[in-house]
Write a protein that binds this ligand. Structure first.
Ligand SMILES: [Cu+2]
Length: 463
């Protein structure tokens, strides 16, 4: 059936106007910068517009903009990209401006924002601005609020960034495929008052997941739960950069979940509060300290803490399957089973088969033949050996003297003498000087002296 619109917009009319439109379009579209690296880029200090304190996107970057008569103009290009998940593995994904996830968009509360979205995918798409207050027609839901953006076309979205906070963007078109292929990005609307909610370090990243068969490069898009690569911003450990902080810095980590399951995110060595959600900043009186917070599907959390403890602190999803890379998900349990002979038989059928949790062996230390373009399931080497991690794992590195604005990885933490767990060699345990409380050395018992353990009441030194 040919509709009236089709009739008037028929082939002849399109051919006549297309050249004109595209010439004007090319001249007036903002530049669409492309990122060719998966490394964390330094924060983008705003070159124009109102000031704000920029975020650092973990293994990502912020999209530059241009000002056009007071409007902040961005240009996102939806396109196939090659994303390095970690050194040794590249994935063929869909993303924006050269990477998946796309670049972070940073604006200030009250900014008028105009986003040009060009579709270079083989199918139609749209962008939904997750969490924003905006006119319904700018909400980016294909069929409901706009037609899909056809391949080769550019759509314009325009609205005022009304609410400060943490947001995401993703397609609302053939979502199952497009999200499984990596189409998503982060959005931060900074408060108008540059001193409001101010922190020293403000990191952000998305939780996402892929199902890429070892040896291949393109995700299986029909997978609902059995993903084999659990990622922070489309990176897996050891490919995820550390979040580097100065001692006593106030640190914020903003996390958005666009995977298909929840992720209990856990920080070692510090307690944090959830200072913000997808709905905005939390009331300080409503906050409670915790060391793990669950980030549900479609949710965002901004956690904050004072980095008071120097060291290299693990930061990871607490689902143990999510800190593993591919191939760890269909392995039989053979703990306690005499597997001599069995492993050999199975390995004839499954070339990469090996026994886990037996004879003290660990996958982390073993050299296992891998198909091309995949990663060991538990990997990474720390200063004390194999870390046996993968997937959603990285570190928060807290260092005295790490200058403000310096995000360079300082290397491994140098532990003060006597503060590292050690093997007991028999005899009395040596209590290192660094762990003695004041006055303890003087009170240490002489050999053979009987020690009476008495708990002192506070404020009473009479014992
Ligand atoms: Cu998880």
């Amino acid at each position: 059936m040919v509709s009236r619109r089709d009739f008037f917009g028929g082939a002849g009319a399109v051919a006549l106007s297309a050249g004109l439109v595209s010439r004007v379009g090319a001249a007036s579209l903002p530049e669409a910068p492309v990122m060719d690296k998966a490394a964390t880029q330094p924060p983008l200090s705003p070159p124009n517009g109102r000031p704000y304190n920029p975020v650092v996107t973990l293994n990502g970057w912020t999209l530059p903009w241009r000002m056009n008569n007071g409007v902040k103009e961005f240009h996102l290009v939806a396109e196939p990209v090659v994303r390095e998940l970690a050194p040794g593995m590249k994935a063929h994904l869909w993303g924006y401006n050269g990477q998946s996830p796309g670049p972070t968009i940073e604006v200030v509360e009250g900014d008028r924002v105009r986003l040009f979205v060009t579709n270079k995918l083989p199918e139609h798409t749209s962008i939904h601005w997750h969490g924003q207050r905006l006119p319904a027609g700018m909400d980016g839901v294909t069929g409901l609020t706009q037609p899909g953006i056809k391949p080769g076309k550019t759509f314009v979205y325009e609205f005022i960034a009304k609410r400060p906070g943490t947001f995401m963007y993703h397609p609302h078109a053939d979502e199952m495929t497009q999200m499984a292929m990596g189409m998503m990005g982060f959005w931060v609307t900074h408060p108008k008052d540059v001193n409001a909610h101010r922190v020293d370090r403000d990191f952000c990243f998305l939780l996402n997941a892929y199902d890429i068969e070892p040896g291949s490069a393109t995700p299986k898009t029909a997978t609902m739960t059995d993903f084999n690569l659990w990622t922070f911003n489309s990176r897996v450990f050891p490919g995820i950069d550390s979040m580097v902080c100065g001692l006593n810095d106030r640190v914020r980590i903003r996390i958005g979940n666009l995977s298909m399951t929840n992720h209990p995110i856990h920080l070692h060595g510090h307690e944090f509060v959830v200072a913000g959600t997808d709905g905005g900043w939390t009331n300080p009186a409503s906050r409670w300290p915790e060391v793990t917070t669950d980030v549900g599907v479609g949710q965002m959390r901004a956690i904050e803490f004072d980095a008071t403890e120097p060291g290299d602190w693990a930061f990871h999803c607490h689902k143990s399957h999510h800190t593993m890379n591919a191939m760890g998900h269909d392995v039989p349990t053979l703990i306690g089973v005499d597997h001599r002979g069995i492993a050999e038989k199975i390995s004839k059928l499954v070339p990469d088969y090996m026994v886990m949790g037996d004879k003290g062996g660990s996958m982390g230390d073993m050299e296992m033949p891998l198909p091309e373009n995949t990663l060991p399931m538990m990997t990474g080497t720390g200063p004390f050996g194999g870390m046996e991690m993968g997937g959603m794992f990285t570190t928060v590195k807290v260092r005295k003297g790490q200058a403000r604005g310096n995000y360079k990885d300082p290397g491994w933490y140098e532990h003060p003498a006597g503060t590292v767990a050690y093997e007991w060699q028999g005899g009395a345990a040596a209590l290192p000087a660094a762990q003695q409380s004041p006055g303890m050395a003087a009170a240490a018992p002489k050999p053979g002296e009987k020690v009476l353990k008495v708990r002192k009441g506070s404020g009473h030194g009479s014992h």
